[in-house]
Design a protein around this ligand. Structure first.
Ligand SMILES: [Zn+2]
Length: 399
């Protein structure tokens, strides 16, 4: 059993701290979320929904029930005990079904403050969600007015994430102020609870970020979670919760806060085209997956050569707008490595990566120059040889 008790809720107009004690021999003793932001509401009677969502994956990994010494919403408990766990078990069959026992069950709803919010990573998906859900024709309760930034594992281990989190928080606040939005930054030690096998950030990111959003369930009526995949790719694999978002998010919604998988109707190329005229994106776009330590010191936020920079830059190049993004990418490095980047995408296509398959189709349709066909053929042969060797080794190992 995992026990959650000694809940504390401290808040004023610009900060909020939710914490609780955790009792289990394999887990840290306290879970906390420290938040800062512009114009935070004062929450009347907070629930423990944020703590339950934080510990759900961990409890299922350990096969331990959870006893909560505070109030949990009845609708959240109901979905946890039914389809939410069924979906997670289908996604990762090594999990175990558990029960959550709450000291008190709440049947009410906050109805929030009617605010719609979204996480802001400054990536393509993030800017695309803002472009889609800030338009005047979007219904008021879904039109984004607030951005959030979470330190729940995406910035590396908690012991090393402080510098980059402070930089990203300042960037989110600057962007929010210039774009007429409110902002909230949420710092948590949740990652310390996700150290079991198969609990890495990519595998569990939706659960972690939704737990952070739950700290503001009194404030948000709609929380847009930017989709990283299209509907066509849903439920094809279990590498990332992104692959089940359109099914998972409705199951984590309550009558107070609706969670939406936003932008799943658009491909990555369509999203990139959508943000190609966005002056904020030209100044702030950040897609790089280079080393956090290097990125913290670099003059521009994107290295221009990692696989994610490469894919984004090749797309912008094929759209004829790559020079607009000179402020945020090392374009000289991209140009030196351009054909290598295209070969990575080519290999991604051979590996059946849907994003790379889409991009190669797009490049060919636009007659984009792909570089030397000899180099491409060589790369394909190397890939097929490596793949053959890997299969032989796996067969021998399994036998
Ligand atoms: Zn990069």
């Amino acid at each position: 059993m995992i026990f959650l008790d000694r809940f504390s809720f401290e808040q004023d107009v610009s900060t909020r701290r939710f914490a609780c004690r955790v009792r289990h021999p394999e887990l840290p003793e306290e879970l906390h979320f420290n938040c800062e932001g512009s114009a935070l509401p004062i929450c009347g009677t907070p629930t423990a929904n944020w703590a339950v969502m934080s510990l759900l994956w961990t409890a299922m990994s350990l096969g331990e029930d959870v006893e909560v010494g505070h109030c949990v919403s009845d609708d959240l408990l109901h979905t946890i005990h039914n389809d939410l766990q069924s979906l997670l078990l289908n996604y990762h069959p090594q999990l175990k079904r558990i029960r959550v026992h709450a000291f008190e069950v709440s049947c009410g709803g906050w109805n929030g403050n009617g605010i719609a919010a979204t996480g802001f990573s400054a990536g393509v998906d993030s800017f695309a969600t803002l472009a889609l859900y800030r338009r005047p024709e979007v219904p008021a309760d879904q039109r984004i007015e607030c951005i959030t930034l979470h330190d729940v594992g995406s910035m590396g281990p908690k012991s090393r994430s402080d510098t980059i989190f402070r930089q990203y928080s300042a960037r989110a606040a600057r962007f929010a102020e210039s774009a007429g939005l409110n902002w909230i930054s949420i710092d948590s030690n949740l990652d310390d609870f996700m150290q079991m096998p198969n609990s890495d950030f990519i595998k569990t990111h939706t659960l972690r970020n939704v737990a952070a959003a739950y700290v503001f369930e009194d404030h948000f009526s709609t929380y847009h979670y930017s989709s990283a995949v299209t509907y066509e790719q849903v439920n094809k694999g279990n590498r990332s919760t992104g692959l089940i978002d359109p099914m998972l998010l409705p199951l984590m919604s309550t009558r107070a806060m609706r969670l939406v998988s936003s932008g799943a109707g658009l491909s990555r190329i369509e999203k990139t085209r959508l943000i190609a005229t966005d002056t904020n994106a030209m100044q702030l776009l950040d897609v790089c997956v280079g080393r956090v330590e290097h990125r913290a010191k670099a003059a521009k936020p994107n290295c221009g050569t990692c696989w994610k920079c490469s894919r984004t830059l090749v797309t912008l190049d094929a759209l004829g707008v790559v020079d607009r993004f000179d402020a945020v990418f090392d374009l000289a490095a991209y140009r030196r490595n351009k054909y290598k980047a295209i070969r990575y995408i080519f290999v991604g296509q051979l590996r059946k990566s849907p994003l790379d398959q889409d991009l190669m189709r797009f490049l060919r349709a636009r007659n984009f120059h792909l570089g030397s066909s000899t180099a491409m053929t060589l790369r394909a042969r190397v890939f097929m040889l490596r793949d053959w060797v890997r299969r032989q080794l796996r067969r021998r190992y399994v036998a």
